[in-house]
Design a protein around this ligand. Structure first.
Ligand code: ADE
Length: 218
């Protein structure tokens, strides 16, 4: 079943390179996923298509107004009524591999809201099913975080990575272990040698070495 991923952003063009390259491009070609980009500016208020305004109570900067965001989400929901609405924000739940796996397993579509500027009118949280942060640092907008989340989900949709034994190789599949170091040809390069155990052909020893050399995630 094709998963619909819709992105609401003031800079939809930022996604074009990412969606049209490599795994994400292949995922669309194989009809595992369908991306659509929604320009928040199209839902701006008045003749100047205003999307932001100053905060009540004073303060620096501009906040995204609720009306364009509500209208954009309503448009996205009309195209995919059961979709989960996700707000990218440094105040959200930290993004984890196990959540990526759960969302990839869920056939429901996704609608991402990428905030910009200094923030958004808090009333938009009423639209949202999940608030997600990619880490405890602040980026200029939710676009890069949304790309991170989308990439981590789409690659786990069955069939996207192809027939290779990605689930086996990818020690991430237990949700806790980070990938072990890997080597390819040549065996010797500038005095650096591939660990002997990997050349040994002993599958048991190799598995043990990989286990010992995997990092643990929280
Ligand atoms: N927008 C700005 N910073 C972010 C972060 N760390 N995670 C998600 N969205 C963001």
């Amino acid at each position: 079943m094709i998963k619909k991923v819709q992105v609401i952003s003031l800079f939809p063009e930022m996604f074009e390179g990412v969606f049209n390259t490599s795994m994400m491009w292949k995922a669309q070609k194989e009809k595992a996923v369908e991306f659509s980009l929604i320009n928040l500016r199209d839902f701006g208020v008045g003749p100047r298509k205003q999307v932001d305004d100053t905060p009540y109570g004073g303060g620096d900067g501009m906040l995204l107004r609720p009306e364009p965001l509500f209208a954009a989400v309503e448009t996205a929901k009309a195209a995919d009524p059961s979709a989960k609405v996700v707000l990218m924000t440094p105040r959200g739940q930290r993004w984890l591999q196990k959540t990526a796996q759960a969302w990839a397993d869920d056939t429901r579509g996704l609608i991402f809201i990428c905030s910009r500027y200094e923030g958004y009118d808090e009333r938009i949280v009423n639209l949202v099913d999940e608030q997600v942060s990619v880490g405890d640092y602040v980026l200029t907008g939710g676009e890069l975080p949304a790309m991170t989340v989308i990439d981590s989900v789409v690659r786990l949709i069955p069939g996207v990575l192809g027939g290779e034994t990605s689930a086996q190789i990818e020690s991430f599949s237990d949700g806790k272990t980070l990938e072990f170091p890997q080597y390819t040809r040549p065996e010797q390069f500038r005095g650096m040698k591939v660990p002997d155990v990997l050349l040994s052909g002993h599958h048991g020893e190799i598995a043990k070495w990989r286990q010992e050399n995997s990092k643990k995630a929280e």
